[in-house]
Write a protein of this length. Structure first.
Length: 370
């Protein structure tokens, strides 16, 4: 079996949450330590790894980033190499991203390219975000590339397709964590309680008016409440309710407006229902903004070798945006032909033939065009 596919299957079995990618990091280090130290240098950062592969001239340093974390989703693919970690799955394709980086690294160690190539195996993309601390760490200066690339699997495109665009490719994203405090009591005496479930329901519905009533309809934004929790049984009024969600926008102004309106609505809910609400915003992921010149260079190359689509921006978030704020570069979608499933679904099953396809493509690009 092709080395990188073997890597993917091994990684698929051990999905781990952000900053707890201990087995994944050990697995990556095991691969790196098999190479001669005069070809490869590396450092660990939290559960991530920086690697430099020496080029023939080393005049420049090209960066390639792979995110390595999994998601708290119970896998339902039935694959023979499915997750061995109950309740966790590589449901966003980071096993593909990491094995592509390992395969590309092996290729250019065995047959060097002109430039040094730096690989960033980054933890916690799904949250709380590993890209920002990784590039703020002093180690980043030792590995700093002059341009950077990253990819994300795209189940909706067939294998052999690359999609990207100059400018904003992914939205900015910010998690929202809300806890509602009231007064629990008997279901039969609601007037003696402060029911957080009713406040929670009203809050969810009001939050859903922000995008439609406060954001310019010509712009795109999203508020999703992905998790709600409250109560202990049918005849006890819940004294505490929790909501977790995420907000997306394509520019900073809209993201700030989303935050402002969430605060306003929460004040209103407190006044109308007599509850107290604790609101916490997570890290803001910046938009992924692709460098125009680098997209031109890369897309011209791809058009000669594969199918290139100039796609629309997507409302997915990606902390690769932090890296692209610091270093010019680009992210692109890699077709993995799984249109009946999708990202963050328990049935996600990317076509592995995309792995050798993109390793060949990037190897060729890094060797002759970058
Ligand atoms: C590519 C992808 O699916 N990324 C995640 C990033 C999540 C960021 C953060 N945890 C949030 O929810 O805001 C996405 O959900 O788009």
């Amino acid at each position: 079996m092709e080395y990188a596919i073997e890597m993917r299957r091994a990684l698929h079995k051990i999905p781990e949450p952000g900053f707890k990618e201990f087995k994944t990091q050990a697995f990556i280090l095991e691969q790196i330590r098999a190479y001669p130290p005069d070809r490869v240098t590396y450092d660990t950062f939290e559960t991530g790894v920086f690697v430099r592969v020496k080029g023939l001239t080393g005049n420049r340093t090209i960066g390639y980033r792979a995110d390595i974390d999994g998601l708290p989703i119970e896998e339902a693919t039935g694959l023979p190499f499915c997750s061995e970690h109950p309740g966790f799955m590589h449901a966003c394709g980071h096993d593909m991203h990491t094995s592509i980086a390992l395969g590309l690294m092996k290729r250019i160690i065995e047959l060097p390219v002109m430039d040094d190539v730096v690989f960033l195996f980054q933890p916690a993309e799904e949250g709380p975000g590993g890209a920002e601390p990784m590039i703020k760490s002093p180690l980043f200066e030792k590995y700093r590339p002059s341009e950077m690339y990253g990819l994300h699997v795209a189940p909706e495109y067939p294998v052999g397709t690359i999609a990207s665009r100059p400018g904003v490719l992914f939205a900015s994203a910010r998690e929202v964590h809300i806890t509602i405090y009231g007064q629990s009591g008997h279901a039969a005496f609601p007037h003696l309680t402060i029911d957080t479930v009713v406040a929670q329901a009203a809050l969810i519905m009001q939050l859903q008016t922000i995008v439609s009533r406060s954001i310019n309809p010509m712009n795109c934004s999203v508020i999703t409440i992905g998790k709600v929790d409250a109560g202990i049984r049918e005849n006890v009024i819940a004294g505490r309710a929790v909501l977790d969600g995420t907000m997306r926008a394509l520019n900073g102004e809209d993201m700030e407006k989303l935050e402002r309106r969430v605060r306003d609505i929460i004040r209103g809910i407190e006044a109308s229902f007599g509850v107290k609400i604790d609101l916490q915003f997570g890290n803001r992921y910046y938009e992924v903004v692709n460098d125009r010149h680098i997209v031109d260079k890369f897309s011209s190359f791809v058009k000669m070798n594969a199918n290139y689509i100039e796609c629309d921006a997507a409302m997915t978030g990606e902390d690769f945006g932090f890296m692209l704020k610091e270093i010019p570069g680009m992210m692109f979608w890699l077709g993995v032909d799984n249109p009946t499933s999708g990202l963050h679904q328990p049935t996600l099953n990317p076509d592995e033939s995309a792995i050798p396809f993109v390793i060949d493509l990037l190897d060729h690009y890094f060797r002759e065009y970058v």
